[in-house]
Design a protein around this ligand. Sequence first.
Ligand SMILES: C=C(O[C@H]1C=CC=C(C(=O)O)[C@@H]1O)C(=O)O
Length: 469
Amino acid sequence: MSSGLGTDLLARLSRATRRGAGSAGEIVAVVAPAPVVPAARLVAACASATPIVLFQAPPRDDEEPLGIVGFGEIARVEGSGPERLVQVTSAARKLFASLREERDADAGSAPGPRFVGGLSFRTEAHHEPPWTSFADASFSLPRWIYVARAGEAWLWLLVREEDLASERSSIEAELASIEAAFVAAAQPAQDAPSHGAGEGAKIEGTSREAFCSLVREALDAIRAGEIDKVVPVAASRVCPTRSLDARAVLARIADAYAETTRFAVQRGERVFLGASPERLISRRGRVLSTDGLAGTVRRGEGDASLVRALLASPKERREHALVVESIASVLGPRCASLDVPETPTIRSLPNVHHLWTPIRGALHDDTHVLALVEALHPTPAVSGTPRDRATAWIAAHEPDARGWYTGAVGWFDAAGDGDFAVAIRAGLVSEDEAWLYAGAGIVEGSDPPAEYAETRAKQAPMLVALGIV
Ligand SMILES: C=C(O[C@H]1C=CC=C(C(=O)O)[C@@H]1O)C(=O)O
């Protein structure tokens, strides 16, 4: 590659190791400026380095978009049970303490190495198929970390001091394929003819009748006063007629839904990927931001009147208000100030409009982003209210394992900053199948067939990416 990124990074690695004390267990991290390319396309163009992780945030208001790609792994931290994120935080802290960052002057402002991963909707002793390779919480510290921000980008390489000599040739080979991927990712998007599930691909899963009866059971529980709101999720399995390429699916969803947070986490042969419109939490220092997002209408003819009806619907407003109230009650005590707009606005996506309340705040202290995730998850946008009863209702009634769907996906760094998206509008893709999911918030007044139709509209991003619609 003409940029000389590979030669540059290897020379930095050699200099860093000559400078270093060379203590065993230490991880050397070197960084060089890299070309700015669309993050998901970089993943699609680099087939060899696994596992992959991706977090690509959309441009929002005053914020610059942030793209993170991870190839390979220098370490993985996992947690299980109710303490899953405490376990992850403490294992990650030890790893960050053993990290020696070596930066030349031209990479002084590069965002530092970071973990990327996510968590399941609820904690389980053993996750059921197809989620068996996904732990309750699992984060990768990638060997190669591409970070793009504000029109600049960098590539980090992380190597354990004691593995430097033995891994030199594999590092060189990986670097050659990453360099080639930068060249390919910079080209205009091209749809590979073999991207999708193929003609005659079948979709099986929760039928319209089954979902409607689940919604009716939810309405019974609401009428009986057991819960105020619950969010059942339906699963479908796509059986393709040719091998699926998860990276190509990711590139398509990323291009088509640029206003969302695009993400991917690979575990074993499966890649959990999607395009989420909903921010769970972002933390930069003491500044935090999050989204109240609930209440939906499918886009269609007479779009402007659909939006007006959504804003005016008491049922949609109630469903939305429950989410905003819950977020405000969780964050309020942790914040010196919290700005919660009184009325929602609209967040428009290519397939649906949502009621949206963007929330911003200033924390009292340096609470780690994972502690904020722990406090907020699951919001009533994916579980219901009261939270414990809604979650118990879901465990008792939902027929399929949600796994990481409606969990959270994101990144965090050594300072405890990070971004997390609610893991929705997503699916689990492997060569021979794809699992798609979609849920709908049920409150008093919900109409079962309309809720079913809403779940179909919410699956559009994945269906388009799989070449099915
Ligand atoms: C549970 C999902 O969406 C949630 C997020 C936004 C709007 C929602 C709704 O209007 O029902 C859901 O609460 C999903 O996409 O599977």
